[in-house]
Design a protein around this ligand. Structure first.
Ligand code: AYL
Length: 545
């Protein structure tokens, strides 16, 4: 049977958004004057905070400094190596307002990981804090026509090409800021997509603004379109990931809410923030919800102010949701546990549970956000399926990326000519068009909501001269969701211990990519006729021992 394109295409039950021509920073700050004297972003560890009016001014001055003082040109790339601090918002929006394209990296990445990303997209300047200055300086040596490092919290050091953020903001330079086009790419987060190494995901102003409008859809949200009514948000998802940047930071800034976050998660700091700031909404990943539900330090008194919890980025179980409700002694009506589903490639949200949703839908990732369409296609025939049948989820909407940077092959494999994004996630929908995630066909491993590309770990292990073949898969873990496990084939008469392989990976890649799922030796790696690793067989093997 030929694929049926007309039938079984689902539209959002929530209608359409008006896709406009606003640029991201313009949209995020469109109403800031209404709450100019209210706190915007606060550091939950130090208490450092900026009011909206101040943040808006910092954004404008930062944009001028980047252009007028550092001589960056619109379209050039800037790389951020920053944890969740208030200045993150000033620097990233300053850069976007200046017409630069921002890529961000996890500050806990090794120099090799950051170097790969920043050379891939030709970064010309890096923004960081003192703690990661050695990392930034090390990486910058590999960058061509490098224009300088912005030191958040530090001073100018011209001989080392360092620009203190404060002096960049204070400098009296009048630069003409460029006129921006909403179709221009402004963000380049990295994602491995359905296969291979992490790739630059080209997101435009229009992609990101569309997604903000989609998740601000009044009918889906409790906010009913009201802005600035005093909500306080406590968030842990990093701003250097699309979830933390667009679905948390930008989403809440647009509405005038108070965003509290911390550069480093510790149970004590998090609980201190719950008590001190009395947040109404928490943004979490499933492993953080597990912390709230099970950690002995977290008491129900800490959670009294919380009305809504947004969970996303990895699968959540019903039993976890129930455990959490038991812990805070609230009912499903008193505290809303909302789920979001999406991908970096879709800015990120595509499915979300509406604020009022039926009791029997717990465990669903919700319904299509406005202006978004879905098809669930058969894994064997590619035909679009009806309700209650599992297949690959394909999505279409204004939030879907332009493509992968310098990688037409991967773009064509992920997006078809009709604009459908193939997610690599296996789902079904029920008769009310609520979706359920059941499996993943893509290689991606999710460790505490973080993306881990098996190819990246395999490439590292292959560098060991003793190794003949290798495959990495995710094995289930109660707290992390999944953990990477390596299956290794050694060359004849060669020896390596599990620990040697573990240590080698640990030296090259950041913590959450370490082989905590274990290392096992095999005679051969199961591959199909085309040479593709049969990962499902290994997953079964991996979860047995
Ligand atoms: P990336 N349930 C199950 N799996 C999920 C979920 C979920 N709710 N959300 C994301 N995933 C998996 O690019 C899925 O395999 O974006 C998907 O293809 O790092 C992959 O993670 C994408 O990983 C929000 C909050 C969306 C977060 C996000 C996702 C950002 C993660 C909406 O409200």
């Amino acid at each position: 049977t030929a694929p049926d394109l007309d039938n079984n295409v689902l539209n959002s039950p929530w209608g359409e958004i008006k896709v406009g021509d606003e640029t991201l920073t313009e949209y995020v700050f469109s109403d800031y004057e209404l709450w100019a004297d209210k706190p915007s972003v606060t550091c939950g560890s130090s208490g450092r905070s900026y009011q909206y009016g101040m943040l808006r001014m910092m954004v404008e001055r930062c944009a001028m400094g980047l252009i007028g003082h550092m001589r960056l040109s619109p379209g050039e790339r800037i790389g951020l190596i920053l944890p969740n601090i208030p200045e993150f918002a000033a620097l990233i929006h300053g850069a976007i307002r200046a017409g630069l394209v921002v890529t961000f990296a996890n500050p806990l990445y090794t120099a090799e990981e950051v170097r790969k990303q920043f050379t891939d997209c030709d970064v010309k300047a890096i923004g960081t804090i003192e703690m990661y200055m050695p990392l930034a300086q090390e990486v910058s040596k590999s960058l061509k026509d490098y224009k300088g490092t912005i030191w958040v919290g530090g001073e100018d050091d011209k001989t080392n090409g360092i620009f203190g953020l404060r002096s960049l903001l204070m400098a009296d330079h009048k630069a003409d800021l460029p006129k921006l086009n909403c179709e221009d790419v402004c963000l380049l987060p990295y994602s491995s997509g359905t296969t291979g190494m992490p790739k630059g995901v080209m997101l435009t102003h229009k992609n990101l603004v569309s997604n903000l409008k989609q998740i601000q859809c009044p009918k889906m949200m409790k906010y009913k379109g009201e802005k600035g009514h005093g909500d306080v948000i406590l968030t842990v998802p990093p701003f250097f990931h699309i979830y933390g940047f667009n679905a948390v930071l930008n989403y809440n800034l647009t509405l005038g809410y108070h965003v509290v976050s911390m550069p480093k998660f510790t149970p004590d700091d998090y609980i201190k923030c719950l008590v001190e700031y009395k947040p109404t909404t928490l943004f979490v990943v499933p492993s953080l919800l597990a912390f709230l539900a099970t950690h002995p330090l977290v008491k129900k008194e800490h959670l009294v102010s919380v009305e809504t919890i947004m969970v996303g980025a990895a699968p959540t179980t019903d039993s976890l949701l129930e455990k959490f409700l038991l812990k805070c002694e609230k009912t499903k009506d008193e505290i809303k546990l909302l789920q979001g589903y999406g991908m970096t490639e879709s800015s990120p949200v595509t499915l979300m549970t509406p604020y009022i949703y039926p009791f029997n839908k717990i465990g669903s990732v919700g319904q299509l956000v406005p202006s978004t369409q879905a098809r669930v296609i058969s894994l064997t025939t590619g035909v679009s399926l009806g309700s209650h049948k599992s297949g690959e989820l394909c999505l279409r909407g204004p939030q879907v990326m332009k493509g992968y940077l310098n990688n037409e092959k991967a773009t064509l494999e992920t997006m078809d000519s009709d604009g459908w994004l193939h997610t690599g996630d296996v789902t079904y929908y029920d008769d009310d068009h609520y979706f359920y995630i059941v499996d993943r066909t893509k290689e991606l491993i999710k460790v505490k909501g973080n993306q881990v590309s098996p190819t990246e770990i395999e490439n590292v292990i292959t560098e060991l001269p003793e190794v003949a073949d290798v495959a990495v898969v995710g094995v289930p873990d109660a707290l992390a969701g999944e953990l990477p496990k390596a299956f290794v084939v050694l060359k004849p008469n060669n020896k390596l211990t599990e620990k040697q392989i573990y240590d080698f990976v640990a030296q090259k890649l950041t913590r959450y990519k370490h082989l905590e799922g274990g290392v096992a030796f095999l005679q051969t790696i199961p591959r199909n006729a085309a040479g593709k690793i049969m990962r499902n067989e290994l997953k079964v093997l991996g979860s047995k021992n």
